[in-house]
Design a binder for this molecule. Sequence first.
Ligand SMILES: Nc1ncnc2c1ncn2[C@@H]1O[C@H](COP(=O)(O)OP(=O)(O)OP(=O)(O)O)[C@@H](O)[C@H]1O
Ligand SMILES: [Mg+2]
Length: 367
Amino acid sequence: MSTIQKQTENMMRLPAERLYADEIAALIKADKGKVPTGWQMSPQAVFTFITGGKAGKTVITPKYIGNKRLVEMAIATLVTDRALLLIGEPGTAKSWLSENLTAAIYGHSGLVVQGTAGTTEEQVRYSWNYAMLLANGPTPEALVQSPIMRAMEAGGIARFEEISRCASEVQDALISILSEKTISVPELGKEVSAHKGFSIIATANTRDRGVNEMSAALKRRFNIVVLPTPSDMETEVEIVKKRVQEIAAAYDLQSAAPADEALHKVVTIFRELRNGMTLDKKEKVKSPAGVISTAEAISLLTNSMALAASFGSGELTDEDLAAGLQGAIVKDDVKDKLVWKEYLDNVMKKRGAEWRGLYTACKELNE
Ligand SMILES: Nc1ncnc2c1ncn2[C@@H]1O[C@H](COP(=O)(O)OP(=O)(O)OP(=O)(O)O)[C@@H](O)[C@H]1O
Ligand SMILES: [Mg+2]
């Protein structure tokens, strides 16, 4: 066992390359396609890793469920020297896809810059170990490379999360990196040039649009792929089901997986609240202020499973689900509570016996 493997043994959350290490190894072994310089597998194998299939005898589980054309476009972008920008509503798997693409192509998804209002240019380029800088002046040892600089040297992929949250001067620092493919370090009189395979996958949330609108110059250096919310009920149920199973297994939750009926109910509620309309399009409903994405449905169900496992019978009950729903939907005490109440009374109550148990449990919690 390598030291990295040992270190990750008890990690709370495994990076994709560890979580799917067997699948990646099988894909590399069975790969017959042409592998681009700096990549560990061919674009076709990356596609199989993301969308699912087989590699020899190993089953490759789908990671991104949805429009496969989008995945092809994302991979094709990375074959060229253009950077990839994934945008979409919150919880549309932008970060998840970026992590898995990086794991498959480069084998290491940990070179991440997390964009915040406080992200500085140094975090994008490089900074210094000040104790060493003061003691010995600027030396290569005192240089603290950013994840992007490390990816350039290694010919790998760096991830830039929530890029549109960064101030525009920080975003501008990326423009020169993406067009010159070098970062100069004048203090050392040297330049770090990118090796083949280097690229950046950035993500941005459409709800943050306008915080710091990305400049046209920066946008032009990215190929943009928009990740949509799941187009239909079946797709969303499939995504939720699969991820809940995986997450519950990772946390070792001693609770039965949610029944298909519970999954359908949660996804129905989410889709109706999100679209502001019942599924049969007969009735308008109000949408809560917060985001009710697929990601929320996944965490709601895992939370309910944790409740059932720790304080219940181990079977997911309507009460466990109701607690999860209340937490996911009512984020603003006054307004959302009213929205949820209206939905319960105008829609759920009228749905008959099948929904009665859940309705009563939700109603009791939302008093
Ligand atoms: N189409 C999908 N296929 C597979 N998983 C999905 C899909 N949509 C959402 N998910 C799941 O939703 C969860 C959250 O996704 P993720 O954190 O990547 O969202 P995001 O788009 O980065 O959101 P944010 O904008 O809030 O950062 C992940 O567990 C992911 O597996
Ligand atoms: Mg994200």
